[in-house]
Design a protein around this ligand. Structure first.
Ligand SMILES: [Ca+2]
Ligand SMILES: [Ca+2]
Length: 85
């Protein structure tokens, strides 16, 4: 199906499209922020918005690590894996 005639205009030629011309990577059927392809790969339900891959905190850091006075500013940094858009 030509891109201009389908519902998903930017499907890569390497992706498998459904009858609407959309690849699983382009669909988020339950609108939970994780595309259908990722949900299938992670074993979560692409039709259930309460089912999505877990978000994991990979690193967490505070600077400074010791607070010496009330009102002191502390910088927090974290990195997560998994995502919801
Ligand atoms: Ca989803
Ligand atoms: Ca889901």
């Amino acid at each position: 199906m030509a891109d201009y005639a389908d519902l998903c205009a930017d499907t890569a030629s390497t992706q498998t499209a459904n009858s609407d011309g959309c690849a699983l990577e382009q669909l988020d059927s339950d609108n939970d922020g994780v595309n259908d392809a990722e949900e299938v790969a992670e074993g979560t339900d692409p039709e259930d918005s309460t089912s999505f891959p877990p978000i994991t905190i990979e690193t967490f850091a505070a600077s400074p690590t010791n607070i010496s006075s009330k009102g002191q500013q502390v910088e927090l940094r974290w990195r997560v894996s998994g995502h919801r858009n």
